[in-house]
Design a protein around this ligand. Structure first.
Ligand code: GLV
Ligand code: MN
Ligand code: MN
Length: 411
């Protein structure tokens, strides 16, 4: 019954390119951090497009936007899709945006074909998925799924001390709907892979079975500010030198747990950050990932012990906090099968895959059957302005999404 329905590849591509103009960077990427003026502009555009496609639109207390296309039986729980439109500081056009534009394209396509699904279809834009401006990542889908309470979500601060709650008010996206507590029949998310596997194996579709675990740490090391000239080397309490050892420890722990472990120090703040002052204080972040929760836990324990040893040796003080744990996730078998079957019926080469990146689907999988559709990205590069993907692959992923959603919405 759904055989002849295909999405409009050019329209999907054009929407992605139009959305990417908001916050466009010189190298072809997007800088559109969560809850900035640019995020507001992008939200306004997406809301306008959804309304033009006939959807009713609502916003919840975490600023998540829900666009709804009614079902034949509109009292049934919706089949939902979506992702995020916030980006990294030097982000690309596709991370997150593809999942939202694919959802919109599903709705536009159903409209083109006058196709009524049994259940309603909803497209969601999740707030602050990236975790770049406000940590942790996936915070608003996390509140939606009950992993965090609303107060915790609204009180997360950026480096200037501004909270999510304040910034939602400021840009006009502090909605009145409850965040969560509503039945959802299934959740799907289309995304670029953000890694090299599909491209290397020449596969069009990644049937995502799950997501690896993530642990985030915030570490502050304190020594003593002192003059870079008169202070002899043996007398120094140089926090940055200690942190140098810790960065190497992070990397060594990552390398010591092949092939899956990932270990990154991505953010460093040196105080007072003056070229002729020995740094008295350094703050840095650690991102550890592994599909096995036991290995991931051991990586964190090992780092903490190593940081303590380094601080003792170098007479530094250590404040070591774990601020986020997102356990490894296995997606719902029926939803994963719906993706696999759709890819097969459409004749797209595909393989099962575990996501290296975090996604809002991680939290949604706690409250509803969930699966994801991956498409390849060029050279496996993401979180980079040069992030790129082929129009035909993006269209294929969206066709798979459409088919899987119709199947679940009529089941
Ligand atoms: C989200 O982009 C992540 O950190 O995986
Ligand atoms: Mn993303
Ligand atoms: Mn991302």
């Amino acid at each position: 019954m759904t055989t002849n329905i295909r999405i409009n590849s050019d329209r999907l591509w054009q929407s992605l390119m139009d959305l990417a103009k908001i916050g466009a960077t010189e190298k072809g990427g997007v800088r559109r951090l969560a809850l900035t003026d640019l995020d507001k502009q992008a939200r306004d555009l997406v809301v306008r497009w959804c309304k033009e496609a006939g959807c009713s639109v609502g916003v919840d207390k975490m600023g998540n936007i829900f666009a709804r296309r009614p079902g034949k039986d509109d009292k049934l729980a919706p089949v939902m899709t979506g992702s995020h439109i916030d980006t990294q500081p030097s982000g690309g056009k596709f991370d997150g945006n593809y999942g939202v534009m694919s959802g919109l394209e599903v709705i536009r396509t159903l409209n083109d074909f006058n196709y009524e699904t049994n259940r309603p279809i909803e497209v969601v834009v999740w707030t602050n998925e990236e975790g770049s401006r406000f940590a942790p990542a996936m915070i608003a889908s996390g509140v939606y799924a009950g992993a965090f309470d609303l107060d915790y979500g609204l009180s997360r601060q950026d480096v200037d001390g501004k909270t999510i709650g304040e910034e939602l008010q400021r840009i006009g996206y502090a909605g009145d709907r409850a965040c969560g507590g509503r039945e959802v029949a299934a959740f799907f998310e289309a995304h670029i892979e953000q890694g090299p596997i599909l491209e290397a194996e020449n596969k069009t579709i990644g049937v995502v079975e799950g997501v690896q675990g993530i642990r985030w740490y915030e570490v502050t090391v304190t020594g003593q500010d002192a003059h870079a000239g008169p202070t002899p080397m043996p007398r120094r309490k140089d926090a940055l030198v200690g942190v140098g050892d810790m960065v190497l420890a992070v990397n060594r722990i990552g390398l010591a747990n092949p092939p899956y472990a990932c270990a990154t120090v991505g953010m460093l703040q040196v105080t007072p950050n003056s070229r002729n002052v020995i740094p008295g204080k350094v703050f840095f972040t650690v991102d550890f990932r592994h599909p096995d929760s036991g290995v991931l836990k051991r990586m964190g324990d090992e780092l903490k012990a190593e940081c303590e040893t380094i601080c003792q040796r170098r007479k530094l003080e250590l404040d070591f906090k774990e601020i986020w744990y997102s356990p490894p996730v296995k997606f719902d078998t029926a939803c994963v099968n719906a993706v696999q079957q759709a890819a097969g019926e459409l004749g797209f080469t595909n393989r099962r895959i575990i996501s290296g990146a975090g996604h809002d689907s991680v939290y949604m999988s706690r409250v509803t059957p969930t699966a994801m559709v991956f498409v390849p990205c060029k050279d496996g590069i993401s979180h980079n302005e040069i992030e790129d993907a082929a129009q035909s692959d993006l269209a294929a992923g969206c066709d798979v999404l459409l088919r899987a959603m119709i199947e679940r919405a009529n089941a």
